[in-house]
Design a protein around this ligand. Sequence first.
Ligand SMILES: Nc1ncnc2c1ncn2[C@@H]1O[C@H](COP(=O)(O)OP(=O)(O)O)[C@@H](O)[C@H]1O
Ligand SMILES: [Mg+2]
Length: 423
Amino acid sequence: MTSETRPAGCYVYITLPGETRPVTAGRYELTTDRRGSALGRFVYGRSYRERPDAVPIDPLDLKLGPRVYETAALNGMFGALRDAGPDYWGRRVIERHAGKAQLGELDYLLCSPDDRAGALGFGLNVTPPAPMRLFNRTLDLAKLQAVADAIVRNEDKADTGDAAQIEELLLVGTSMGGARPKAVVEDEDGLWLAKFNRPDDRWNSARIEHAMLTLGRSCGLTTAESRIVRAGGRDVLLVRRFDREKMADGYRRTRMISGLTLLRTEDTHRARDRWSYVLLVEELRRVTAEPRREAVELFRRMCFNALISNTDDHPRNHAVIARDRDRALSPAYDLTPTSPVSVERRDLAMSCGDAGRFANADNLLSQSARFLIPAEEAASIIDDMEARVKATWYGVARGEGVTEKDCRLIAGAFAYPGFRGVR
Ligand SMILES: Nc1ncnc2c1ncn2[C@@H]1O[C@H](COP(=O)(O)OP(=O)(O)O)[C@@H](O)[C@H]1O
Ligand SMILES: [Mg+2]
């Protein structure tokens, strides 16, 4: 895809640790190689490299240095840049705004606003623009939800409605990843990711996700802070942005790379052979400041996902963040139960042991050494968590306002029979 108006590159900005204003880190160019395939190039600016406080954009694949990095993967997009761009939901919004499907990777990056995940920004000028001051407010949620509903209703349609509607689309924000309708909103405490229920949801997703974050925390996971608010007579889940810290003069930002980037893979089924907790823990051990702590935490998350049948635990639902120099797992987010018909075998989205993706205790235990956990300790983590999930999921869900009817719908998610079934 080419277009004469489409820029062939952009500057990449970064907000450094402790700062609230971005600086220019480097330049990204999207070109084609001799055979016509997409080729991405990134180079750090010299003045950035020479800063004493410079940090790499990606500790594995874009280390600080003078070289020109090239990639042919991901249509020429570097993983760490892709992580800062929109995903299914944001792309839908941008496409409807632009009136066409299938824009270039660069369009998606440049079209999305500055509330994107992590510490990066993108623009056509060598000097970064001043940070955005105005965010949607939590008070605007009912309106944002109505716009999101309209996008969901027209998901399969190419037409974009009238001009006023099109402008409204961008109000919901496009920069955060994921597929569910969402927006970024601000209150006096800071920034939140608002996740809306879809009119066609089988259950109250917002409230159930909130309950799963609470249940996860009680099972020893570090989870994102969340709360439920009402907008337009419906529940909305607010998840506190763990990559923003409100200061008197703006926001500090936390660098963030997804599990997809750590695994050097992408969101397609073709790339799935690298979707693996066992591979992910190896990478985590290489890049985080406290490898053993992070490895145990990832093990717990994997077990928890198996115990609540969260089969949407793909690598973009895991991330590593860095507030200063040190990297750690982000708090857990997007914890959603499913209730499939099969009670014998359920598969996580990522491989979790010798028997592949099978959400089963023996399978989870089979590679515990890679998580730096002795077999006995791993077994007792699983036993304890299983007992707690079984005994408390219902109380936690009801306590967080999940209805009796919704509890019945999700009951089959928890500690399903195959979790202890034979491999
Ligand atoms: N609390 C948070 N703070 C910062 N970024 C977040 C937070 N929660 C999620 N994200 C980012 O936003 C993306 C979408 O959020 P997610 O909850 O996964 O939505 P979806 O249900 O649509 O997949 C995630 O992939 C992650 O990059
Ligand atoms: Mg997600």
